[in-house]
Design a protein around this ligand. Sequence first.
Ligand code: AKG
Ligand code: FE2
Length: 362
Amino acid sequence: MSSPSVIPTIDLASDSPQRQAELIKHALGSVGFFAVINAGPKPEDVDAMFDHSKTFFDLPMEEKEVYLAGKSGSGYTKLLSQALGEGKRDHKETFSYGKYCANTTQPVPPPFKDDNVAHETIKRFYQDCHDVSERLMELFALALELPREHFRQSHSFGLNTAMSLIHYPALKPDEQKQLSEMDIRAGEHKDWGTMTLLFQQSSGQPGLQVNLPRSAIDPSFSDSTDANSDVKEDTYDWYPAPIPPPGGFLVNVGLGMELWSSGMYRATLHRVIFPTPSSKEVESEEGLVDRYTLGFFVQPDDDVAFQPILPGGKIDTSVKAITSGELFDSKLRESMNRFKDMSARQNEGQDHAQVQTQGIVA
Ligand SMILES: O=C(O)CCC(=O)C(=O)O
Ligand SMILES: [Fe+2]
């Protein structure tokens, strides 16, 4: 399957905000994803973040365990201790920075310590992600004819929004042979919150796929259905997501934003697969190589109700809308139950108590 051009690239340094908003509205209404270039963190800071991520994940396990995620889900989450999708186990480890570092009683890994020079880059990367997220939320509002602060004002960042370092380890050929149907890099899921910024390495291993209806890929598909022919059923398939050029990143919206926008912005199912030779993706002679990504999971404040927005910028106040905190908690419970079921099936007797809490849902 070739890379679809249906995930558009939006250059935030060109075009008017009105035009950018139109492009975003179209992308989020059809495929739920778009790529951004010429905005956000500087490419050299993104590279430095990947270096810090590698340094962290290369630490011996006993050291990484010091930073284990607590109840908030922020902190270190071990390999094979998440199940984003039904019946699958995720070959990834993460360090999620948000509530973890806000809780000053928790030990902080070296790059995140205040006296470490690396922390300057991390703070700048976080701030630039924060700034571009606010700008994108203004465009999201503009496109729906809302006051520009409509979404932005519901996010105080800091706590609910989490920045995650994500590592999908390499596998040797013999390890690869032992993979079963249950194994995946990240099981299929929709994100939970407002939006996710995802940074991938242009030289890194691909594998992210998005689940899209045929009508989103091929506009002639729905046009070709006329009154005389049978109504064609829209079929969904998996398509590889693009890796934007250095300095670029992908944006997708989560379930919260889908509810808020009454479905005008779609939360799209996605997953990360182990690339296989048949999908013409990178495989080294030693087996599968590592994949590192950085996620910036934007989540509104807990008390924000996802009061549906209607076409024309009206807000439907007649319904009792779920709040951001309620949605997050219910998704966290679902994910923990799924994980418990999975652990019971695996019956490995390992400690699987920790579950990543940001950017995941099924
Ligand atoms: O690492 C990736 O490519 C995607 C990760 C993702 O979708 C998530 O953590 O929610
Ligand atoms: Fe995701």
